[in-house]
Ligand binder design. Structure first.
Ligand code: G1P
Length: 301
């Protein structure tokens, strides 16, 4: 029987160079979408999916993440004294709902390496990996959708999404095993996966998005992986190694995904989530309507 998913790993040691200078002195995971740091969206998704042991893989300069998920005693008593109960509840909510642990990835040696660093804290049980850059608005939450599939197939499950052919080289891309039969809507067994293929080499346009349910046998597979040309251990390559010894599945997520790891994706996510906020949607929409979008850069309402 498939085990329960109790722990989620959040790789967060990356340098965030794409957002410099904003990320010079603050982690990219703390960039704000409306009023919440990006990483909190992923943590809330985990909690809403029934996973409350959060394991964050950090590196140098990431202290703000630890502070964010810690109890802020002074701030809490300040808000309490002034009767600001709504804000107090908001900041308490997330710290109360999770157990959080941190492990350091000394050198940024890739996603596979980040998962390997978490091995001792994961132990011998299945677990989730959430890449915080991918913020997914879905109901049920994306991770819950994966867990439901995992319970059925009892093996590793990766979240995927169909992407335009010109974008495949930004992702891990999977090949569907057509012989596996019908596993349910959007659920497939895979026969191969490749990290960031050239467009002409891609086995499909089904791209891995940042949610995984993994089994502990991924660890020996990752250890067996020599670093690739970039000097990194890729999770995709570890999974490819694991595929030789067990079936791996993918699930097309029903929801809206934003890649907040690049500037345009971040801006789109910001507008998307602002328009979903009951307190901001109307005035923000009214503001957007005043913009003369055809006039291009520099135009003023
Ligand atoms: C990572 C993974 C890739 C996956 C992507 C999803 O790449 O290596 O397989 O498709 O996340 O966001 P990165 O975006 O970190 O380069």
């Amino acid at each position: 029987m498939a085990g329960t998913i109790r722990k989620a790993v959040f790789p967060a040691a990356g340098l965030g160079t794409r957002f410099l200078p904003a990320t010079k002195a603050q982690p990219k995971e703390m960039l704000v979408l409306v009023d919440k740091p990006v990483i909190q969206y992923g943590v809330e998704e985990a909690v809403q999916s029934g996973v409350d042991n959060i394991l964050i893989v950090t590196g140098r300069g990431k202290n703000a993440i630890e502070d964010h998920f810690d109890v802020a005693v002074e701030l809490e008593s300040y808000l309490e004294q002034r009767g600001k109960t709504e804000q107090l509840e908001e900041i308490r909510k997330i710290t109360r709902l999770i157990n959080v642990a941190y492990v350091r990835q000394g050198e940024p040696l890739g996603l596979g390496h980040a998962v390997l660093v978490a091995q001792n804290l994961i132990g011998d049980e299945p677990f989730a990996v959430i890449l915080g850059d991918d913020v997914i608005d879905a109901n049920p939450p994306a991770l819950k959708q994966l867990i439901d599939v995992y319970q059925r197939v009892d093996g590793p499950v990766l979240a995927v999404e169909r992407v335009p052919a010109e974008d495949v080289s930004s992702y891990g891309v999977v090949k569907i095993d057509e012989s596996a039969g019908n596993l349910g809507r959007g659920v497939y067994r895979i026969s191969d996966l490749v990290e960031k293929p050239r467009r002409e080499d891609a086995p499909s346009n089904l791209a891995i998005i940042g949610r995984y349910i993994l089994t502990p046998d991924i660890f020996p597979s990752l250890s067996a992986m020599a670093s690739d040309q970039t000097g990194e251990i890729q999770l995709t390559n570890g999974l490819r190694h694991l595929l030789r010894s067990r079936p791996i599945y993918v699930c097309e997520i029903d929801g809206v995904r934003h890649d907040t790891g690049n500037k345009l994706g971040f801006l789109k996510a910001l507008v998307y989530f602002a328009l979903r906020r009951p307190d901001l949607a109307e005035p923000f929409r009214r503001y957007l309507e005043t913009l003369d979008l055809k006039a291009g850069a520099g135009s003023r309402p």
